[in-house]
Design a protein around this ligand. Structure first.
Ligand SMILES: Cc1ncc(C[n+]2csc(CCOP(=O)(O)OP(=O)(O)O)c2C)c(N)n1
Ligand SMILES: [Mg+2]
Length: 819
């Protein structure tokens, strides 16, 4: 189904002006008396209580960080504490109307948001469900110390649970929401609808649109709120998230019954400071964060500036904007004016602002003014408000005390393997939902499937190699794996640049356009961070995403999303969240310095990612099948150089049916006895050519092993081979310095030193920019280089005349020059 968006020169070249509409600023004016028809007295009291809870929670932390003592309880909190004293009304206003189906994402300064969201959720969840949540969560570990002696209601117990779980998380205790693996800047509790908070400021900006995408695609109720600081609106990923969230296709091209624009509200907690820099008047030029909405889409994101010192103004805005989102007219942007009275962190001396300024905001304090208004309107006598505040303060203090108690709130043992155990979930997930997967046609009708039917899946046909045009190739292998999973898992979506009509930049997706509706395969904006970030958000919510980067060199544009987000959230959640994302990354050639580099080593270095690089049709299909059946993030490298290669190793050919190749198992592509050659990526084919020459010209039998996976990796087959041959050469097409093979070589040296006749030799590409296509043979390892290196450094090859300099002396010279 091709899209149809006609471009007419007459329209596009016609004269006109672009008109903007007014963006409301602090327009809320209702009195408490007027609000009595909207809020019950219990509502007013709840707002007051929640603001008081946050105030006390943060006050205790300030004291503990600065004095290590609060009301007789001594505690040394070593980690960070970014406090939000002053911002209570914004947090409580934000959370008040949200249900547990509405999910919030945030930043390093989110204690108040987590508490507000939790307190609001507790009011909306019935007692039995609350008990079920608390009993099930971490096997009841958080609940257990609280149940003893609790005499109040279930809801009161849940409030304790929330505060104890939050403090415990901050203090790195096992009774924390994330078993202490998240900490102050990353705490969250999904059963109450609070999702990952990000210490990479603005990080949630690219993730949250993926969460909203999940809600739309899978027709789930609720909205996504992403709380972002004002200074973080300078972050690229936030802008990419805005772009992603506001794509016209949601309303123009996607099935109407999905509900239209993404249900996401970008909520700027605008306290007017970064750490000390000021977006207003110094580091940004928009003056009002709300103005940004005007540049994003025609509706200007329904942007408004709101008085975040008045919880009722914030609630009023949320009420109106949630309606906008329900009507499919999202995204929305709110610019919530607030102020942090506390420093950026407790060590902050606030040297960047005056005492007078802080005093003015203290005078305008949202707790004082709200109380004052409630009293003036005679909603409650002062004693009711005072008692409520004292009551919640004592609960907060008690939970703080309990969280510092090593018996009630222990830390994981220092010799525990827990952190190692949560790095990967290593699970299986056939489908994320029981719905029937949405497909537009039967696969038998699909042109790509029909074309593949006529292809040869074995290495030979009539005893001869299969011509390229007829061979079932690497592309086809990946396609078949994707088609299979799309047919099983209704939550699976794929997106990236030029993914749909173009069929993916390298035609892997050709045929999927006909088979899948827009919401399962679509073009993202040219926003690598936005694309990878959205895949993270989509998976955090329970879906399976396949994101694509057109060239490995573009990983830089999605650096944070790959290195800090995709990789870390499973472990930072204490193993509670899963991240079934396959990030397809195509490695280029012939396109010069910025389109032809293999960056597998970068992700190999990052804990929490599975990194694979299959280069045969058999491996590509089997490993993609495994990646798509798992629950971990897999960075799946593909080489443009060999997309159209047929199967050359698997005698029986590539099965038509489903099979998996476990990630982490190297593959012996050719057995041998004299020398081991280990490859990663398309260097397999270079090494194969070298192995053939070694045999034909020098009578040397080389064992050829394709690593296929950099992490995890079973070293046993490598060690068995090296123990047999005593000699090993490793090669890949990444530049030699710091490449994956260096680390494999170092490990082999440690694990099999006694069996080696010579040190492992690594041959990668030169430590240069990738030159023009015409000069590539100077850059990428050639079969000749491998022969020369073997001759010079591993095993003299009789009368072999080296054509290139692969000596140790040359290696040392290059190292000295840094090239
Ligand atoms: C990517 C990134 N850059 C810089 C920092 C350091 N940092 C932590 S908080 C902060 C200021 C953020 O300001 P804002 O977004 O307004 O949030 P606020 O702290 O005011 O809540 C900075 C620069 C960071 N954590 N992440
Ligand atoms: Mg700020």
């Amino acid at each position: 189904m091709p899209k149809s968006i006609p471009l007419d020169p007459e329209t596009l070249l016609a004269e006109g002006v672009i008109r903007f509409s007014d963006i409301p600023v602090n327009t809320y004016k209702r009195t408490i008396d007027e609000e009595r028809s909207v809020f019950s007295p219990e509502d007013f009291l709840a707002i007051w209580q929640d603001m008081s809870a946050i105030r006390e929670f943060e006050t205790i932390l300030t004291e503990i960080k600065t004095k290590r003592l609060y009301k007789g309880v001594a505690y040394d909190h070593m980690g960070p504490a970014h406090l939000s004293l002053g911002q209570e009304a914004s947090a409580v206003g934000m959370a008040f109307l949200l249900t547990p189906d509405d999910h919030i994402y945030g930043s390093h300064r989110s204690h108040g948001e987590i508490l507000a969201k939790g307190l609001s959720a507790i009011r909306k969840i019935d007692d039995q469900a609350l008990l079920d949540i608390m009993r099930a969560y971490l096997g009841g570990a958080i609940l257990r110390p609280l149940e003893k002696g609790h005499r109040g209601s279930v809801k009161e117990l849940a409030v304790k649970f929330l505060i104890f779980g939050a403090y415990s998380e901050l203090f790195a205790k096992e009774t924390g929401f994330n078993r202490g693996m998240g900490g102050s800047m990353h705490a969250f509790f999904t059963p109450f609808g609070s999702y990952p908070n990000n210490a990479i400021v603005g990080g949630s900006g690219s993730i949250a649109p993926g969460a909203a995408l999940f809600k739309r695609v899978n027709r789930r109720p609720g909205i996504i709120v992403v709380n972002i600081g004002d200074a973080s609106f300078g972050c690229g990923p936030v802008w990419e998230g805005l772009t992603f969230a506001s794509m016209d296709q949601f309303r123009n091209l996607w099935d109407k019954d999905l509900g239209g624009g993404l249900p996401i509200l970008f909520n700027c907690m605008n306290n007017h400071y970064g750490m000390g820099g000021q977006p207003l008047g110094e580091t940004m030029g928009c003056q009002f964060i709300a103005r940004i909405g005007a540049g994003v889409n025609v509706e200007q994101m329904h942007a408004e500036r709101i008085n975040g010192y008045d919880p009722l103004a914030v609630i009023d805005a949320f009420r109106r904007k949630m309606k906008v989102l329900a009507e499919g007219k999202g995204p929305v942007l709110l610019d919530v004016v607030t102020y942090r009275i506390s420093g950026h962190s407790p060590s902050d001396a606030s040297s960047y602002r005056t005492k007078e300024e802080i005093e003015k905001w203290q005078k305008a304090d949202s707790l004082l003014s709200f109380k004052d208004r409630l009293l003036k309107a005679r909603v409650f006598p002062a004693s009711t408000l005072d008692d409520t505040r004292a009551g919640i303060e004592s609960v907060v203090f008690e939970m703080f005390r309990l969280a510092t108690d090593p018996d009630a709130a222990p830390r994981i043992a220092l010799d525990s393997e827990l952190i190692g155990q949560v790095m990967f979930s290593n699970g299986r997930l056939d489908k994320g939902d029981d719905r029937a997967p949405e497909l537009l046609q039967d696969w038998s009708q699909n042109p790509r499937v029909q074309q593949i039917k006529g292809k040869v899946r074995t290495p030979l046909i009539d005893g001869k190699p299969v011509p390229k045009m007829k061979a079932f190739n690497v592309r086809d292998g990946i396609f078949e794996a994707l088609a299979h999973r799309f047919s099983i898992d209704p939550t699976m979506v794929a997106f990236g640049e030029e993914n749909r009509d173009w069929g993916g930049a390298f035609a892997v997706y050709r045929g999927l356009t006909e088979a899948l509706p827009y919401h399962r395969l679509f073009n993202g904006p040219i926003s690598e961070a936005g694309i990878v970030g959205a895949s993270v958000g989509y998976a955090l919510e329970g879906g399976r995403a396949v994101a694509e980067l057109m060239y490995a060199d573009f990983m830089g544009r999605a650096g944070d999303e790959i290195f800090n987000q995709l990789s870390k959230w499973q472990a930072m959640s204490g193993g509670l969240l899963r991240l079934p994302v396959v990030l397809r990354i195509s490695v280029g050639s012939k396109y010069g310095a910025q389109h032809s580099q293999d960056w597998a080593a970068m992700v190999h270095h990052i804990p929490g990612l599975k990194v694979v690089y299959p280069v045969t049709p058999y491996d590509a299909k089997g490993m993609m099948n495994a990646a798509l059946a798992g629950t971990d993030p897999v960075v799946f490298f593909e080489s443009q150089r060999i997309y159209d290669y047929g199967e050359m190793f698997e005698e029986a050919g590539v099965p038509e049916g489903y099979y998996e190749i476990p990630l982490g198992e190297p593959s012996i592509k050719r057995a041998g006895t004299d020398l081991t050659i280990i490859t990663f990526g398309p260097a397999l084919y270079t090494a194969l050519a070298a192995a053939k020459t070694l045999e034909a010209q020098y009578g040397i039998s080389a064992e050829l092993i394709d690593l296929r996976s950099a992490n995890p990796l079973n070293f046993e087959p490598l060690l068995a081979s090296v123990r047999k041959t005593g000699k090993v050469l490793l090669t890949c097409e990444a530049v030699e310095r710091g490449c994956v093979m260096q680390s494999i070589a170092a490990n082999l040296t440690q694990l099999a030193f006694d069996a080696l006749d010579a040190p492992p030799v690594v041959i990668g590409s030169r430590n240069w920019i990738t030159p023009a296509a015409e000069l590539e043979s100077m850059f990428f390892p050639q079969a000749q280089w491998l022969l020369d290196a073997i001759h010079e450094r591993i095993l003299p090859l009789g009368d072999h005349e080296p054509a290139t300099n692969q000596t140790n002396g040359e290696l040392a010279r290059r190292l000295r020059l840094g090239i």
